[in-house]
Design a protein around this ligand. Sequence first.
Ligand code: FE
Length: 298
Amino acid sequence: MNTVTTRTRQLQNIIPSIATSDGAGVKLRRSIGAQTNLRVDPFLMLDEFGTDNPGDYIAGFPPHPHRGFETVTYMLDGRMQHRDHLGNVGDLGPGSVQWMTAGRGVIHSEMPQQESGRMRGFQLWINLPAREKMKPAAYRDIPPTEIPQVELPGGGRVKVIAGTLVLADKQISGPVNNCARRLSTDPLYFDVALPAGASFRHAVNAEHSAFLYAYEGSLEVGAAGQLQKLAAQAAGVLSAGDEVAVVAGKKGARFILLAARPLHEPVVQRGPFVMNTREEIEQAMLDYQNGEFVKSAA
Ligand code: FE
């Protein structure tokens, strides 16, 4: 058995989200990736969208390309429709996840399917290693019924989107990156809700990067006696260690926990293209202009 002392990860850096817009004018809050020095390898970007005002989302994301990474959309409220050049049409309703591997190229649109009401969720970009950047595009729609929801003994619950939740003697794997099929970045993606004062503690691979993003309430993060506060609408990047430990604030907390194996490769990004060199970015733009993204569907 492992006799090494557990090291609880502390808050190393807080990346506040900033209001911005993307697509055809969708208002959102960007934390990870708001600047190129604010990535958390292999996580390139995290956007939170959340509004009751249709004017903030109605224009959606008309057709646009991606190459070299994965996009993960997690809907909390509202409904979007995904369409791509491969012929996939995905209905993204409340609690569903869309896991898209852009690989060598995808052209898709993400458009709201409602004219009023609340639209809320996240889009996360996870980088691909150099050897996988040009693999064929893949698309997966995951309905909420496929995402395990696990009650915690001390109150609260965890939705296991990617990776495996270990709780006492139980192991609960999410639909993505489970034992049957591991992604090379080996991502863990939990959505956790805690009542006021409840705690949550979970092992995280010591070699992986990890961060938390609170979207309701607040958290105290770290080992007992060394707790550090993380307010909502900010990403808390975690230090090295092999477990994460948090306590919910006075109003409880809802947060996402992300961890994954870092790639340690150069990142060159131009908008929706993320490659390792400038030459590869230039090639991506040429391929897009020449219609190669569409051809690669065949
Ligand atoms: Fe997109």
